[in-house]
Design a protein around this ligand. Structure first.
Ligand code: NAG
Ligand code: NAG
Ligand code: NAG
Length: 439
């Protein structure tokens, strides 16, 4: 029942529409407008000289109206911050985070690694947006960074970790506007699936990159801890469409363009180039359809075939992106890792290795295995466990060391509701993409 109860609560929440006070004549509602593409929206352009500013400096800010399903305006106050952060190669870049102020505040900020900016009205965004409302309803300030940075780079871990940590710094700098009184607020970071790349690498880089932040813990679910493992798991499957997006992501200037561009220029076939170019212009769901059941390690796509994974240019990059193998990058605060054994996109085995490695390195890890549900359902089913973990992290009552548990709780099993939610989520995703919200 958990899932539906949460949704009812949230939709009920949405029906309390309030006039938005600032800048709007009394009695009028502010309606959300379609955001401009970041490539043409001047807000995303960092001002001259931003490179010399400290990490996390707010370069621009604006209030925004956010909406359920891209349509129903939400009375929760929201702001976007453009802030200074760091590309993979160490140079200065700017990224954007969206900060939500809860109607009734408890403590915060609560940092959430979700909502890839390239997908404005897909089912993922809608779901994640509803999940954000759950944290807000619990009284946390919530921040949702565009952790893929200025190039919308999907998958590069170090980039996404740094963008996440600097997003937290930006929120700390912005704290008074969202009602946080403490100068050094407590923070918790959470992300699922590609969001777990952001939270996992945020956790990994915190001690070296942002030691001054008072982060109490991290959660990551459906974690792509090993890109090679994910690639082999979904290659040629209904989810192989993630692969061209991931290759494009790794080839972005803020990621590994310098290293990878000439390699891919050389090996990619005409068919492969067409697939990469197409994925470049598509949101996830469309890209999933285009490259369904195709293989990225096939010689139809690139001349190296499966050997591409061991190519001296690509292999070290893939290895650098494996979470949990570099002891200097181990988390220094407790982490919660959760994963479905039947996850059809991100292999469970890689998450398990991650947990084993971190436990051997002395990291405090709570690992929950979901025996029910798959990748999409665990995103939602995990929320209440993440909330509980965050509460304990904030109150300092987490048990240290490594704990593992398995959940096959009837109430958590979507099958117990009489429906398998995975196909439902997939169908919704296709439907929402066809709808093309207009306002
Ligand atoms: C990453 O995944 C690949 C492919 O499954 C595997 O060969 C390799 O051992 C994994 N690396 C680690 C550190 O787990
Ligand atoms: C370093 O990163 C910056 C920012 O993304 C990028 O513009 C630049 O091309 C990169 N330089 C090299 C040599 O990789
Ligand atoms: C391990 O992590 C540290 C800190 O991020 C980094 O300086 C070092 O190069 C990494 N080592 C390897 C082998 O990647």
């Amino acid at each position: 029942m958990g899932l539906f109860q949460q949704f009812v609560q949230l939709l009920g929440f949405a029906s309390f529409l309030l006039p938005v006070a600032s800048g709007s004549p009394a009695g009028h509602f502010l309606f959300p407008r379609v955001p401009e593409d970041p490539s043409v929206d001047p807000f995303y352009q960092p001002p001259e000289g931003f490179e010399s500013k400290p990490l996390g400096t707010i370069l621009r800010q604006r209030s925004v109206v956010t909406a359920y399903f891209g349509e129903l305006p939400n009375p929760v106050q929201a702001h976007q911050l453009l802030y200074r952060t760091t590309a993979t190669n160490g140079s200065a870049i700017a990224a954007v985070t969206t900060v939500f102020k809860p109607l009734f505040q408890k403590k915060g900020p609560y940092q959430l690694g979700v909502v890839p900016k390239e997908e404005q009205a897909g089912i993922t965004t809608t779901l994640e947006y509803l999940i954000i409302q759950i944290y807000l309803a619990n009284g946390y300030v919530v921040a949702s960074p565009d952790y893929e940075g200025p190039d919308a780079a999907f998958t590069p871990g170090h980039l996404e970790g740094m963008v996440t940590l600097d997003g937290m710094r930006a929120v700390v700098n912005f704290r008074e506007t969202v009602g946080i009184t403490s100068k050094i607020p407590m923070i918790f970071g959470s992300g699922y699936s590609s969001g777990a790349i952001a939270s996992g690498w945020g956790a990994s880089l915190q001690s070296s990159y942002a030691p001054e932040l008072d982060i109490k813990g991290w959660a990551m679910g459906g974690t792509p801890a090993n890109l090679t493992g994910t690639l082999l798991h979904i290659d040629g499957s209904p989810n192989s469409g993630f692969l061209p997006i991931a290759i494009n992501g790794l080839m972005k200037p803020s990621a590994y363009q310098e290293q990878l561009h000439s390699l891919f220029d050389r090996v990619v076939t005409a068919e492969g180039k067409a697939a990469l170019d197409e994925a470049q212009t598509q949101c996830t769901t469309a890209a999933l359809n285009s490259f369904k059941f195709k293989s990225i390690i096939s010689t139809d796509v690139q001349s190296e075939g499966p050997d591409i994974l061991y190519h001296p240019v690509l292999a070290p990059i893939l290895s650098e992106n494996i979470m949990g193998i570099n002891v200097s990058e181990r988390p220094v605060v407790p982490v919660f890792v959760y994963h479905a054994t039947k996850d059809q996109i991100i292999p469970y085995a890689n998450a398990k290795s991650l947990v084993d490695n971190w436990c051997n390195q002395g990291v405090s890890v709570k690992f929950t295995t979901y025996e029910a549900g798959g990748h999409a359902t665990t995103d939602t089913l995990g929320v209440s466990d993440v909330l509980k973990f965050a509460e304990s992290a904030f109150s300092g009552t987490l048990v240290r060391g490594c704990t593992k548990n398995t959940k096959l709780d009837e109430s958590l099993d979507p099958l117990a509701l009489g429906v398998n939610l995975e196909p439902l989520f997939n169908a919704l995703s296709v439907a929402l993409n066809k709808l093309q919200f207009k306002f």
